[in-house]
Design a binder for this molecule. Structure first.
Ligand SMILES: C[S@@+](CC[C@H](N)C(=O)[O-])C[C@H]1O[C@@H](n2cnc3c(N)ncnc32)[C@H](O)[C@@H]1O
Length: 378
């Protein structure tokens, strides 16, 4: 039985933490962490460094809208051979993060290092951890824990994933259209455009409604992670009372005022999916969804606000049809929404120009492995 004193020490122990993000979202994620009151916030390529104890780790998982996962920096080991890796790994305080019998899922990358064999690195770390915890083998159907290993210039950095399923999996989106945006990317784009939930939002090609649902969660100040499980809940020192207290605090911060959030799409089935997603997210009452072709959009859906869209990129369409869609979007932005802030995602500057409006590329992002620009009408 672990002691209460040990529990308290773990609770207060300040760790180096890292919120991993998709490319281009580092800055908005750093702003989120700063707003949460975190210390040592520093955006770097691929994510944001910060520090904190259990409370901060739980808060980050609960509230971050733009991070893919949150990891705890566990240790750094200098090693040039496997016996050294094993010997040093044996000394680490594994029991802070894993229970005996846990199976490690090791994700390793190696650069400019003697040790290159990622499977053997994984085996060595699993063996050292199992022995350090006094077990003999991982249990057949026991828990698994992701350990991220990065070896660079013979320095082996170990990080424990605290999130489990990636953070874009909020739990509400079970119905999707053809090419849905990740929830983290949708929230990040709203933040990159400075939308804070006090102006109307319109997506003229809304698909399964990700911009609108993320917009509603943002406007209502609802934490995106409130309804799901996290890897840290399986750790030996999980503080369920602390987690519940953070959920209660979060519920008190919520608002019940939301601007008008309108979506349109030519595909009625995908709008049904958007409705079901919005219901699961608890925001259906704030969304207005219209089955309209771009060419049928002739009047502004509300007072001006932000118009934002993720049009098709062309994988399943011919060039002519694709150009027509972007021209159609340009017409809606120019004729129907002249007083609005207007933006859209597009994989190619040439295609983006088809909208026929003066544009500025405000961010370089990636959607499902495809490089895309965020273009704003000047
Ligand atoms: C890439 S998907 C949008 C995905 C959406 N952001 C999401 O997260 O689910 C593009 C959407 O544009 C819609 N669309 C394509 N051409 C259209 C047109 N001419 N008028 C209206 N909607 C159109 C498609 O039905 C599709 O749902």
């Amino acid at each position: 039985m672990r002691s209460q004193i040990e529990d308290l020490e773990v609770k207060k122990q300040v760790e180096q933490l890292f919120a991993a993000t998709a490319p281009g979202l580092e800055g908005v994620c750093a702003a989120e962490l700063t707003a949460l009151g975190m210390a040592g916030v520093k955006a770097v390529a691929g994510g944001v460094e910060f520090c904190g104890a259990l409370r901060e780790l739980y808060l980050a998982n609960l509230w971050l809208r733009t991070a893919s996962r949150v990891v705890v920096r566990f240790s750094e080991l200098r090693c040039r051979d496997f016996p050294t890796l094993y010997r040093k790994a044996l000394q680490l305080p594994w029991g802070r993060y894993v229970k005996p019998g846990t199976r490690l899922q090791v994700r390793a990358t190696c650069r400019r290092s003697r040790l290159q064999h990622t499977e053997r690195i994984a085996e060595t770390l699993q063996k050292a951890m199992t022995r350090a915890l006094g077990a003999t083998t991982p249990e057949e159907n026991g828990p698994t824990q992701l350990l991220i290993v990065s070896l660079e210039d013979d320095l082996c950095r170990l990080s424990f994933d605290s999130s489990g399923e990636l953070l874009h999996r909020r739990g509400y989106r079970q119905d999707v259209g053809a090419a849905p945006l990740r929830e983290t990317l949708a929230a990040g784009i709203l933040m990159l455009l400075g939308w804070q939930g006090d102006q109307p939002l319109f997506d003229p090609m809304c698909g399964s409604g990700t911009f609108l649902i993320e917009g509603a969660l943002l406007a209502l100040k609802r934490p995106p992670g409130a309804g799901r499980e996290f890897a840290f809940m399986g750790w030996p020192h999980y503080r369920q009372g602390l987690w519940k207290a953070l959920l209660l605090e979060a519920a008190k911060q919520g608002r019940d005022v939301c601007p008008i959030l309108t979506g349109a799409d030519r595909d009625a089935d995908v709008l049904d999916a958007a409705r079901r997603n919005a219901q699961r997210a608890g925001v259906a009452e704030y969304l207005s969804l219209q089955p309209l072709e771009l060419s049928q959009q002739t009047s502004s859906p509300s007072a001006p606000g932000l118009a934002l869209s993720n049009p098709p990129y062309g994988a399943r369409l011919g060039r002519g049809e694709l150009d027509d869609i972007y021209r159609g979007l340009g017409r809606v932005y120019r004729q129907v929404l002249p007083g609005w802030q207007r933006a859209f995602l597009c994989p190619e500057p040439r295609l983006a120009k088809t909208v026929g409006l003066p544009l500025a590329q405000t961010a370089h992002l990636q959607n499902g492995g495809i490089r895309v620009g965020l273009f704003a009408v000047k």
